[in-house]
Write a protein of this length. Sequence first.
Length: 77
Amino acid sequence: MEPIQFEDERGGSLTMLEDAGYYFSPNVKPETILNLQNFKARSSDTLVVTYPKSGTHWIYEIVSMLVNRSSTLLKDP
């Protein structure tokens, strides 16, 4: 996995990792990316994807309420 630098016309830049045509944040561990090849999603899976420190816990709570058809907050996941 090689880091790739993207730049916009105003000089802003973003570094990503590229693997098999997909781009990943440099914060993702290389072994996590390699393990994606073995991941098999099920039709019952719900993926919660957020940026760090952007309300992930609240999104988890909301999704849990929807999946469980309940308005009760969970304790800790």
